[in-house]
Ligand binder design. Structure first.
Ligand code: R5P
Length: 301
């Protein structure tokens, strides 16, 4: 295949797994910091005329962004025929509107930077809320891979009598799909966020949950407050201890401990970001999307 995989620093295990699944060769990347903190980067293999997939797991994206843009630029200058970004977790999707006058629309600004640097993008379940699709803000070929089948397969094998619960209305897009594939019911709660770490919930009638195991599914677990508040409410109502499933395990600070202390029976995640909770491997569908795209690029004149 006319494809090479470059892993950004810290994303080597994910890059290696994707390259293996794709049967594609890796392009080495040397990286270090100069004494003043600036980054040194060197691509160690030939990329002339090749499609190159740059794999980056973008938890804590700010320190990683300059290096990512520099690598993309270097690949273009070195003659790669296309430079794609494989970011299983796409950051900066939540500030998608100006909640207060003067705020930076960082989802759009981030999208502009990535679109200028890359020709294509493969990601998983980006946080699309007020923005309907990536095409509304990204100006490149974007392919979105869904985690629903991978999560549903895990639920089918691991959970007896599951009932999928979405902590807020935005999560309905994921939980309805997961529930349909896992062959079980689902409910969606309503969330009001009054601060970065402060969440209140409104619960619908949850009689259907009696006698079942609640499986909370959300796209991002960041501070863990959304999941922890949901767990506490369900436990207080006498339901079985919930299992928490996150697509993107951002897990800031003590988020995992907060969730465990709230009473979660298990906390698992997809491996879009490396984390001890990783239990659901999504590199197969991600590699499939990259393969389809690379094959298609290979056909283009
Ligand atoms: C936002 O609406 C997302 O879908 C998640 O519910 C949210 O990002 C979770 O954040 P946290 O873990 O900080 O409550």
């Amino acid at each position: 295949m006319n494809l090479r995989v470059v892993a950004m620093p810290g994303s080597e295990p994910c890059g290696g797994l994707l390259a293996e699944r794709l049967g594609a060769a890796r392009c080495g990347l040397e990286s270090r910091r100069f004494p003043d903190g600036e980054i040194y980067l060197r691509l160690l293999d030939e990329v002339q005329g090749l499609n190159v997939a740059v794999v980056a797991q973008l938890r804590d994206p700010d320190p990683q962004l300059p290096g990512l843009l520099f690598v993309a630029d270097a690949l273009r200058e070195l003659g790669a025929s296309s430079v794609g970004l494989v970011a299983p977790y796409l950051p900066y999707m939540r500030q998608d509107t100006r909640f207060h006058a003067g705020e930076a629309l960082t989802s759009r600004s981030f999208a502009k930077l990535v679109s200028n640097a890359f020709t294509w993008l493969v990601t998983m379940d980006p946080h699309l809320h007020r923005v309907a699709s990536l095409d509304a803000i990204y100006d490149l070929r974007a392919v979105v891979v869904q985690s629903a089948e991978s999560i549903a397969a895990w639920v089918r094998t691991e959970v007896m009598h599951p009932h999928i619960v979405g902590p807020d209305e935005e999560s309905e897009q994921w939980v309805s799909d997961v529930a349909a594939r896992a062959g079980c019911p689902f409910s969606v709660l309503r969330k009001h966020r009054s601060g970065d770490r402060s969440v209140e919930l409104t619960l619908p009638n949850l009689d259907a949950l009696r006698g079942r195991t609640p499986v909370l599914v959300d796209d991002i677990i960041s501070s863990g407050q959304t999941m922890a508040t949901t767990v506490r409410e369900l436990v207080a109502m006498g339901f079985a201890a919930p299992i928490c499933v996150g697509v993107h395990p951002v897990f800031v600070g003590a988020a995992l401990a907060v969730l465990q202390a709230a009473g979660a029976a298990r906390v698992v995640s997809c491996n879009t970001l490396q984390h001890p909770t990783n239990a659901i491997d999504v590199t197969i569908p991600l590699a499939e999307a990259v393969r389809t795209l690379a094959t298609d690029l290979g056909r283009s004149p």
